[in-house]
Design a protein around this ligand. Sequence first.
Ligand SMILES: [Zn+2]
Length: 234
Amino acid sequence: MGERVAVETPHPRAAAGRVAERLDGRRLEAVEAVGKNLLLSFEGGLVLRSHLRMSGRWQVVERGGARRGTPWLVLSGAEREAVLWNGPVLELSARAARRLGPDILASPPDTSAMVANLRREPGGRELGDALLDQRLVAGIGNVWKAEALWHAELSPWLRLGDVSDEELERVLGEAATLMRASVDGTRATRSVYRKSGRPCPRCGATIRSRGQGDDNRTAYWCPTCQTGKELPAA
Ligand SMILES: [Zn+2]
């Protein structure tokens, strides 16, 4: 931080966003984690948002070292460089920070503001999809979405219009508790995530999985003890 950085986007999918042209030579002023988002603030008010999902990785190495593969983004300072591998979400804007919802890992998390954000969404939107929307709640990824919904005994397929405020508070509280324990190093047993076809640890029914939302992220759930079990017709 504090240096002017040379910016390259060797990966063609990253190059499409013209990130390098817009950031090259600017001073990197701040780097901040908000939930699982990394926000890099550059002079001139530009903010680059990076979210790694399951596969991405940032690495800080000596400048000009050997590399294998094609990174998404390289920020080079005088001596070191930050290299982003497999950056599925890379968004440059002047307002990226303000467009994120409250951080689920804040202590305490502002669950009433999160509920208010969820309440402003269309009532037909599915709960499991809305919980991954970083504009509403920052920081919940696909693993903890599945686990929090199971703990809260709510189906990912429930429509927001059919979920009470108390139920939203409950699932957000479960997500915050599980994620905080994970950050603190407690190894949690996963109940449904990637357990498709196995028995539910609570009721013994068979756990199911199916893609959900515009990004088709896989939802895992127990069709028996997570209420709102109806699925839309395929
Ligand atoms: Zn169950």
